[in-house]
Ligand binder design. Structure first.
Ligand code: SF4
Ligand code: SF4
Length: 313
């Protein structure tokens, strides 16, 4: 079985308990305005061009069989992306890390070989997390990786939107220890507007996950002026409170981490910002006063409340 993998990130500390390997699968049906990994949205491999690294050697112009690379008279480097088939010839020849293909076809065995290089960490409380993109877009591939991890005694987690029918997730559950899901907005109009998808599946799936007994972690990306209101957080908390196996709730204040990737894909970068410190504290108080165990994945601006708040299970 093969699938398209964007990256396998080793020694990851933010994708579940312990030191983990995070496998990023390509493809997502949502288009969140704040996406940190825009190169994982499309299902097919894509060319990234890092203009700041380009030394203008012209090697890519020479080797591209489609003649997609051009230098304008003012020296600027243009790529005819519409004709690019992501063959990787130019990125393989670039001497300056100016070009990279996001997404490569891998076999489950190849993914496992990379994962098992860090096996020692998995037996010390770490594990493997499938992320994306949306891992269930490649559901069979995801299931085989999870099952291979399970067979090797490795703790498994998935980072998922839950915005799809239950039948997509259910086959993965036997080999999953932990489901990390986003609850981006309670208001369905808001959710549709900023992610391109309705959130009704999310609520249905949460009810079923609650019955499954699976360990859960909930996360909300917080974006100033979009979902950083007390009313939104109150409603989200009301959804989360009945979840018997929720380990904790995490705030993810927006960080412009992925903006360079937008430029590398030839896309306009989102102009968003995190809630200010006062708003963040108000939202944290809202969740804490409702009895949530809360973690804030902070930015430098919010350093003073970066640490876990409340008691973690
Ligand atoms: S990836 Fe292939 S087709 Fe696309 S620009 Fe590079 S060499 Fe040309
Ligand atoms: S091969 Fe790399 S460094 Fe050379 S012109 Fe192309 S992108 Fe720039």
């Amino acid at each position: 079985m093969t699938g398209i993998v964007t990256d396998i990130q080793r020694f990851s500390l933010h994708d579940g308990p312990g030191i983990r390997s995070t496998v990023f699968l390509k493809g997502c049906h949502l288009h969140c305005a704040w996406c940190h990994n825009p190169e994982t949205i499309g299902l097919s491999p894509e060319l990234l061009f890092y203009a700041q690294n380009c030394i203008g050697c012209g090697e890519c112009v020479e080797v591209c069989p489609e003649q997609n690379h051009h230098f304008d008279s003012n020296g600027s480097h243009r790529i005819a992306r519409e004709h690019c088939r992501a063959c990787g010839i130019c990125s393989g020849r670039c001497p300056a890390s100016g070009l990279r293909i996001a997404g490569k076809r891998m076999k489950v065995e190849g993914v496992m070989a990379e994962i098992l290089e860090d096996e020692a960490f998995y037996h010390e409380g770490g594990g493997v997390t499938l992320s994306g993109g949306e891992p269930v877009i490649q559901a069979k591939f995801a299931r085989e990786i999870l099952q291979a991890c399970r067979n090797a005694g490795i703790h498994t987690a998935i980072e998922t939107t839950l915005c799809y029918p239950w039948s997509r997730l259910e086959p993965l559950l036997p080999a999953l220890d932990l489901v990390i899901f986003d609850i981006k907005a309670f208001d369905s109009g808001l959710h549709r507007r900023y992610t391109g998808a309705d959130n009704h599946w999310l609520f249905k799936n949460l009810a079923l996950l609650n019955r499954s007994g699976k360990a859960l972690i909930a996360r909300t990306p917080l974006i100033a002026g979009i979902n950083d209101s007390v009313a939104e957080i109150e409603k989200i908390v009301a959804v989360l409170k009945p979840l018997r196996h929720l380990l904790y709730y995490e705030f993810l204040p927006y960080h412009p981490l992925g903006t360079g990737k937008y430029a590398a894909l030839g896309l306009p970068a989102p102009r968003l910002r995190a809630p200010d410190a006062e708003t963040l504290r108000l939202l944290a108080d809202t969740a804490l006063s409702a009895g949530m165990k809360l973690l804030i994945n902070g930015t430098e601006e919010h350093h003073e409340i970066q640490q876990p708040i409340g008691t973690l299970a």
